[in-house]
Design a protein around this ligand. Structure first.
Ligand code: 26V
Length: 812
């Protein structure tokens, strides 16, 4: 506790007056919010300064730098108040000043600098690093516009810009003094100086990289406040002079400015298909080069030789987007620090580690040589040399394996394979769930696995249980703490202490009550936003995540269409009333997935207004799914839909967030669902569908005929036909979906899995009606959810990959 109520009130009023020149009661909510953030930030700074004064040891602690193009951090205020242990004090203090804390929390914009799972994962990892006392810094881009905001208009997704910096973002601090120059384009002149080849990057386009730092505060750990450093691209000060304004070339000067500003202008909203746009490569090099220059500068302050670099620095690259770390670190060591190739290479590989997040072939990054050469000429030379040496070494070691070399080389057919660069240039390659890692080893990166078996390891994803349970679900958190104490907040595995309560009827009833209240909260939100009433005592069956063919929202809506058909035919059918909830964004250019949204909203419109159903079924598409909305949704779920085609979802993390909030997973054996099933046992999860090896066998050998599934199952045939027979309106809107299923042979096995999915769903529906058995299984999910905390994941990264110590249990 760093404040008592009265001292907080005094400090807050003083801060408000200092900033606004008036009393808080005269201010707007935004002004009140900002004053609170500024106050908290200062409090953190004071304690940080005290800590660094205590740290007189000459030896630098090993630092972990987490490089990611995406950090989906969401709102910070409420979470930080919890982490500081002062939420109650602040709430009461503000109340006495006539201010509602909730109003201030509502003022904060979600920082949506990420697309989905990958970006949220990096935010959870920074959270756990701060909690565990690991000196870990995030490195990314300060996009002026985050992920677009989604509106649903006439049932279609419409994208609006996310102008999150419109007012000001009071958590960030601009650190102009740490600005660096990143060099693009130009050409490289090579000269031999005293017998040594020396490289001069000339006529380059200079881009200023200006850092903004956001403090990362872990629960109960004011001693270790880490940083998320986000870089903003700015033209150099005298840009008009610089680009030949004096020679009258005004338009060139203007072009320079806008080309530079474009770099940190907007987050790319695609998360599953690589388009190879030049600007994207510029983003990648920009934050990589800027981040590395900070690392080197800090290292040189504390050390006078690079020999110990890899013992003091771990650089983690989140997917291949920051893979230019490999050649850029080589460039710095060789061109700026005068190291030879071999030494530079050793240090580089020993410093860098890499996580792969997808096996979708269309998401693997490849850059045309021409683009790399023109944007980053010196980097391209180094990549060429890495490739040449790699080929040479492989040829030496495996002269007979020409194919192996071709399959694993970095440069091939005029393209640079970023995953290959990342694997060759790092000491550790990990997948994000056991099944995913196995697929990497045996399929996607199998050649590399034969060459570097020791690099491969698994790190099953984890989520911040403090954000997605403690903060998001206060009622459940209270119930848990009242029963087993508060250890679970620091030690997520302590949730296991709940397991004895699975046979305690009184406890299970309380658990069901909490769920009911959370469902009421979501129902109210739906009513406010959409003017649709949903029944909080119906089953809440929820699928929220990016919309993508492989995630199979289509399978879910076909199930709903089937149910609707059957219910209309037989109104006495014994099915428990259900509210189906969807949410998620689609990449703006992804037409197929957009038509899935339209299908969902079309069915929603039809079902929600059908009086014959008597409200037994509702379908809701919640617009603009983001971190804040997620925090309201997970606690309100009964069923968690995790129904991707087996083998395609690397891990999933929503599955873990639902589980920790006591929802039952209805899913395929894909990604981390496999481990969730092992943790909770078969009787506490509902699994259906093809297994990963069956799917991969079909992909490899063929043999699947979607037409046969369609022909052989009348209920299925009927819903598929309804896509195009005019039942859903006269337009041809869903012909693309229909063709993907029949003409294109259903790449994601929607028809194949339909029968087992609908059967399993129906069993789950029956199961729900046995309230105690259901609640008991929900409790097992919570109790076993602890291993899916990002604390566990980060401890594994720290032990096995980064080799840094952490504080296991920080005294409260
Ligand atoms: C890939 C690409 C490809 C090029 C275009 C832009 C772009 C942007 C992001 C990505 C990464 C996609 C990979 C991804 O998001 N994977 C998800 O990672 C989660 C965290 O590990 C995991 O839970 C999900 O299963 C996985 O789909």
């Amino acid at each position: 506790m760093i404040w008592l109520k009265d001292s907080f009130k005094k400090a807050y009023v003083e801060k408000f007056i200092e900033i606004q020149g008036s009393m808080p009661n005269t201010g707007t909510s935004w002004e009140k919010y900002r004053a609170l953030v500024v106050l908290i930030k200062e409090k953190m700074k004071i304690s940080q300064a005290a800590e660094s004064m205590n740290d007189s040891s000459p030896d630098q602690e090993k630092q972990v730098y987490y490089f990611s193009l995406e950090f989906l951090i969401g709102k910070l205020l409420s979470y930080y108040l919890i982490n500081l242990g002062i939420k109650d004090v602040v709430q009461e203090g503000l109340e006495e000043l006539g201010i509602d804390l909730e109003d201030l929390i509502a003022e904060e914009n979600d920082a949506a600098l990420g697309n989905g799972g990958l970006g949220r994962l990096s935010a959870c990892y920074l959270d756990s690093m701060a909690f565990l006392g690991i000196p870990g810094q995030g490195n990314g881009i300060r996009y002026k516009y985050g992920l677009f905001q989604q509106k649903i208009v006439n049932g279609f997704q419409v994208e609006l810009p996310d102008n999150w910096l419109k007012n000001e973002y009071p958590w960030e601090m601009r650190k102009s003094d740490n600005t660096v120059v990143v060099k693009f384009k130009g050409h490289v002149r090579t000269e031999s100086i005293k017998g040594k080849l020396t490289f001069f990057h000339e006529d380059y386009e200079p881009v200023l990289a200006v850092p903004y730092d956001i403090p990362m505060l872990g629960y109960g750990n004011l001693n270790r406040i880490n940083n998320l450093r986000l870089w903003s691209a700015e033209p150099i000060k005298d840009d008009l002079d610089w680009v030949s304004f004096n020679q009258g070339d005004y338009s060139k000067a203007v072009a320079y400015r806008s080309e530079v500003e474009a770099i940190s202008y907007i987050l790319y909203p695609e998360d599953s298909s690589h388009a190879g746009r030049e600007l994207r490569l510029r983003q990648e090099y920009f934050f990589t080069a800027a981040g590395l220059s900070t690392i080197i500068r800090y290292f040189k302050k504390k050390n006078n030789s690079f020999s110990g670099f890899a013992r003091k620095v771990a650089i983690h690259i989140n997917d291949t987007h920051p893979a230019l770390c490999v050649p850029e670190l080589m460039r710095i060591f060789m061109d700026e620090e005068d190291l030879g190739w071999d030494e530079a290479w050793n240090i580089t590989v020993n410093t860098i580690s890499f996580t792969n997040h997808t096996i979708l072939p269309e998401a693997l990054e490849k850059w045309p040589v021409e683009i790399m050469k023109s944007q980053c000429p010196r980097i391209y030379m180094i990549i060429e040399e890495i490739d040449r040496r790699y080929r040479e070494e492989m040829h030496h070691m495996h002269p007979e394996k020409r194919d192996l070399i071709e399959h694993t080389a970095i440069i091939r057919d005029g393209q640079i394979h970023m995953a290959h660069l990342a694997v060759i240039g790092s000491n550790s390659v990990n997948g994000v769930a056991e099944l995913h890692t196995k697929i990497l080893k045996t399929q996607v990166l199998k050649d590399f696995y034969t060459i570097y078996p020791y690099k491969f390891n698994n790190k099953t994803n984890g989520v911040s249980h403090r954000r997605f349970l403690l903060e998001a679900n206060p009622d459940l958190s209270r119930l848990i703490s009242e029963s087993i104490g508060e250890d679970w907040i620091r030690q997520s595995e302590s949730l296991e202490k709940l397991l004895p309560y699975t046979s305690d009827t009184a406890f299970l009833e309380k658990l069901a009550d909490v769920k009911y209240h959370n469902k009421c909260r979501l129902a109210n939100y739906i009513n406010d936003k959409m003017n649709i009433q949903v029944d909080p005592s119906s089953i809440f069956d929820i699928q929220v995540k990016r919309i993508h063919a492989y995630k199979r929202q289509l399978l879910n809506i076909l199930k709903i269409m089937d149910l609707y058909n059957r219910w209309r035919e037989d109104p006495s059918m014994d099915i428990y009333p259900t509210t189906f909830i969807f949410g998620g964004k689609v990449a703006p250019g992804y037409q197929y997935a957009k038509s899935i949204i339209k299908l969902i909203t079309t069915m929603a419109q039809r079902i929600n207004t059908d009086p014959a159903l008597g409200g037994k079924m509702k379908v809701i598409f919640l617009e603009n799914f983001n971190v804040s909305l997620a925090e309201m949704i997970y606690p309100a779920a009964d069923i968690s839909e995790q129904i991707s085609t087996a083998s395609q979802e690397a891990s999933g993390t929503g599955n873990m967030k639902f589980m920790l909030n006591g929802a039952i997973t209805l899913g395929t054996l894909d990604g981390a669902n496999v481990e969730i099933r092992r943790a909770v046992g078969d009787e506490n999860i509902a699994i259906f569908g093809l297994k990963a090896n069956e799917v991969m066998n079909y992909y490899q050998w063929g043999g699947y005929k979607s037409w046969e599934e369609y022909q052989n199952f009348p209920r299925l045939k009927r819903v598929v036909d309804q896509l195009v027979d005019g039942s859903l309106g006269s337009s041809n809107e869903f012909a693309g979906i229909y063709e993907s299923l029949l003409r294109d042979n259903d790449q994601y096995f929607v028809l194949k899995d339909f029968r087992s999915y609908t059967d399993t769903w129906q069993k789950v529906n029956l199961w729900y009606q046995h309230k105690l058995s259901w609640a008991s299984s929900c409790l097992v999910n919570i109790g076993k959810g602890g291993v899916f905390s990002s604390d566990r994941a980060i401890k594994e990264y720290a032990d096995d990959i980064w080799h840094v110590p952490y504080q296991n249990e920080i005294p409260g």
